[in-house]
Design a protein around this ligand. Structure first.
Ligand code: SF4
Length: 251
C-alpha cells in the first residue's frame, strides 16, 4: 500500500526560525548569573521535599575529540594528549560525588545521556569507571524502560565496542553521520566509511539497543540538494529510529 508523508505547513512555518540547540538543557540562553550555586542547592532540596519526588535525568559532558570537524559548534576540546582527558575524568568524579549529595538517593535516574565532544574518545575502562562512579552516587535505573544513551563516533567504535557499551547499561545510541558523500566528508575534515556506519545500525539492534538516532547536517560545503538527498535515502533505508537534521550554520 502506498504511504504518503503528510507535512503540517503551519507547524513548519512556526518553527522555521533560528533557535537554541535543543540538545542542551537548560539551553544556553537560559544561563544567567542570578541563578547561583546557593539557588541551585535550594532548588534541589525543594525537589527532594516534593510529595512524590520526581525521578532524575543526568547529562554527562565529555568534550574531547581527536580531530576537528570544521562545522562543529559543540563545546569540545580537540587533543591527542590523553592526560588532559584523564585529568578531566578526575574532576568529573568529584562533580558526580558533589551532585550526588544534593539528591535523595531513592530518586531513580531514568534518563542518562553521555554527550560531547566524543564520549568514545575515552576507552572502555574509563567509561566503565565513570558509569560505576555514577552508580555509587545515584540510583541508576535497571528497568528496561530506562533511557541511557551515548553519542557514538563511528570512527572510534565498531561492533565490539558497542557490545561493551551495551554491557555498561546503555540502551540507546546516537551516531554522527552528517553526510556520506566522500567529497563533503573531506571538505569538513570528517572522513568515515558509510558502510561501516550503516552496519552499526544493524549491529546495535542485535545487541539490544532499543533506539538508534542518526545525526545529519545540511548546508555543508560541496553539498547539493541531490547529494544530500542521496545521503538521506541511504540512511533512511537503514531504518534508524530517529533522525536529527541540523543546519550547518547553527552548528
Ligand atoms: S562534530 Fe563532534 S567529533 Fe567533530 S569536532 Fe565537533 S564534537 Fe568533535
Amino acid at each position: 500500500m502506498e504511504q504518503r508523508v503528510k507535512f503540517n505547513t503551519e507547524l513548519i512555518k512556526r518553527y522555521d526560525i533560528a533557535g537554541p540547540r535543543y540538545t542542551s538543557y537548560p539551553t544556553a540562553v537560559q544561563f544567567m548569573e542570578g541563578f547561583d550555586a546557593e539557588a541551585y542547592r535550594r532548588n534541589t532540596a525543594d525537589s527532594n521535599s516534593e510529595l512524590i519526588p520526581k525521578p532524575l535525568s543526568l547529562y554527562v559532558h565529555l568534550p574531547f575529540c581527536r580531530s576537528l570537524c570544521y562545522y562543529c559548534g559543540c563545546m569540545k576540546k580537540v587533543t591527542r594528549h590523553e592526560h588532559q582527558a584523564t585529568h578531566y575524568l578526575g574532576l568529573l568524579d568529584r562533580e558526580i560525588e558533589l551532585q550526588g549529595k544534593l539528591f535523595d538517593h531513592d530518586r531513580e535516574v531514568i534518563q542518562l545521556h553521555f554527550g560531547g565532544g566524543t564520549p568514545t574518545f575515552h576507552n572502555d575502562e574509563e567509561l566503565k569507571a565513570l558509569v560505576k562512579q555514577l552508580g555509587r552516587h545515584f540510583s541508576l535505573s535497571k528497568r528496561d524502560s530506562r533511557e541511557f544513551s551515548i553519542e557514538v563516533d563511528p570512527r572510534t567504535v565498531g561492533i565490539e565496542r558497542l557490545a561493551e557499551l551495551a554491557a555498561m547499561g546503555f540502551n540507546r545510541i546516537s551516531l554522527g553521520v552528517q553526510d556520506i558523500d566522500p567529497a563533503v566528508q573531506k571538505a569538513v575534515n570528517r572522513v568515515q566509511d558509510p558502510e561501516a556506519t550503516l552496519e552499526m545500525i544493524d549491529g546495535s539492534r542485535n545487541l539490544g539497543f532499543n533506539s538508534v538516532s542518526i545525526d545529519l547536517i545540511y548546508g555543508l560545503p560541496l553539498q547539493t540538494v541531490e547529494s544530500f538527498g542521496k545521503t538521506i535515502d541511504t540512511v533512511v533505508e537503514a531504518k534508524p529510529d530517529r533522525l536529527a537534521v541540523y543546519n550547518s550554520s547553527r552548528n
